[in-house]
Design a protein around this ligand. Structure first.
Ligand code: LLP
Length: 424
């Protein structure tokens, strides 16, 4: 990762031109970076894109063209996968539904489209088994430990609602057998933004769960959670080392079962975070005592990671008129929302910090970097602000992949009830 204070281009295209063409705030994705990331995971038999990180159709379609299969966590994500060209069924299944519950729409959609189910609760096994005469499922196990970049992204251990508790694996295998369901795979995902040490612990857990499930197992999934370096100095994961660890686990299972076992990985952030930039315009610059604020036209309605987790995103500035930006200032970067937590430079717990950025003028652009994962998808319409536009850069050209949401569309699904009340 490189952090530059002044940035005039993204993937070879001028920030100023992109902002003028598409307006602000706009998410820009560099397809080359996504391509490089996916390429680095080639040794795994299956790369299954966790589209929750960025489910825009063009991004999901890009992953499909690069050979990735896809994970879906809701009826909406199943429909997105299909709309982006994934077929239902297949071996290995192109689309896998991984969740802790079925809502009724998801259950019906899974059944109607023959979508493979990765069960994260014993109840899911029963509910699915009640609707099919036989079939295959995989189980997502909570191994009793977890780790994440924040407590809110830790998905293992007692504090997490995710997966089937490891001590209930035996019971879940019995439930599956009673419903004529074969358990063909074991999946563990302990958290998002996890470090190598913790990820490595998962191998042993998956191996023992797979052995408990027996030779019906034909695939194991390492889940996602691969970290990316948001901050200079953050360590980057050594994919070769990580693969070797998992490959050794898989090889031991292949030997134990005397048949091939396929090795899946399920990253979201790793594939898209570094490819994404949120470009916003500085609309006001003001001082509050000792703090200098740049107020931009993007807020936590566009990128919620700082307010939710105190997440750090590198930032840079591009001038609106092409002038060079040489002086720097220590600034707090905030958005337009009527809420004091609407600050991009904050730590977990809401403490405001400042960032060294070029001395800028109103009309210049702030580029929030490493924003391709859990950025747009976690956006909201808070303060009645529409969703940002999204642009994909491919082969040196920019393509609008999502129009900015029109403000009038914000309330098109709403109704004022007709009442017989007298007007005053
Ligand atoms: N597989 C499962 C079952 C998951 O629950 C997740 C993430 C992933 C894969 C992908 O994890 P990744 O490779 O992207 O770390 N909003 C948070 C992250 C929440 C992740 C939830 N599950 C953030 O902005 O950091």
């Amino acid at each position: 990762m490189t952090t530059s204070l002044a940035r005039f281009e993204i993937a070879g295209l001028s920030v100023r031109d992109l902002a003028r063409t598409y307006g602000t705030p706009t998410y820009i994705y560099d397809s080359k970076t996504m391509g490089t990331q996916i390429e680095s995971l080639r040794p795994f038999d299956v790369v299954r894109y966790a589209q929750k990180a960025n489910s825009s159709l063009a991004v999901v379609d890009f992953m499909r063209h690069k050979g990735a299969l896809v994970d879906a966590v809701s009826a909406g994500e199943i429909r997105r996968a299909i709309a982006a060209g994934y077929q239902s069924g297949g071996d290995p299944p192109a689309i896998v539904y991984t969740a802790d519950i079925f809502d009724s729409e998801a259950l019906e959609l899974v059944l109607a489209n023959d979508i493979h189910v990765n069960c994260g609760s014993p109840d899911m096994i029963d509910q699915y088994g009640d609707r099919v005469s036989e079939g295959c499922i995989t189980l997502r196990i909570n191994p009793g430990f977890g780790h994440g970049h924040s407590q809110k992204t830790n998905t293992g251990g007692e504090q997490s609602k995710h997966g089937i508790w490891f001590q209930d694996l035996g019971d879940s295998l019995e439930r599956a057998a009673r419903k004529n369901l074969r358990v063909t795979g074991i999946h563990v995902h302990i958290g998002s933004g996890t470090d190598y040490q913790h990820l490595a612990e998962v191998c042993g857990a998956v191996e023992s769960f797979a052995l408990q499930a027996g030779p019906q197992v034909i695939s194991i999934s390492a889940g996602g959670g691969l970290p990316v370096a948001y901050k200079q100095g953050d360590s980057e994961i050594n994919i070769e080392e990580y693969y070797n660890l998992w490959n050794a686990t898989r090889n031991r299972l292949t030997e134990a079962f005397a048949h091939p076992v396929s090795l899946e990985i399920e990253p979201g952030r790793y594939l898209v975070a570094e490819a994404g930039y949120l470009v916003a315009e500085i609309r006001a610059i003001k001082r509050m005592g000792s703090n200098l604020y740049y107020l931009i036209d993007a807020g936590f309605n566009n990128l919620a990671r700082p307010i939710l987790y105190g997440a750090y995103h590198p930032m840079s500035v591009a001038s609106f008129d092409g002038r060079s930006l040489s002086e720097v200032a220590s600034v707090v970067v905030g958005g337009p929302l009527c809420e004091s937590g609407d600050i991009f430079t904050q730590e977990e717990g809401g403490f405001v910090r400042s960032e060294l950025l070029p001395t800028a003028s109103v009309g210049d652009y702030v580029v929030i970097e490493c924003a391709g994962a859990y950025g747009f998808v976690m956006g909201s319409n808070y303060n009645s602000r529409g969703y940002a536009a999204e642009v994909l850069i491919q082969d040196g050209r920019s393509h609008l992949i999502r129009m900015r949401q029109a403000t009038e569309d914000l309330f098109k699904e709403e109704k004022i009830p007709e009442t017989k009340e007298e007007t005053l």
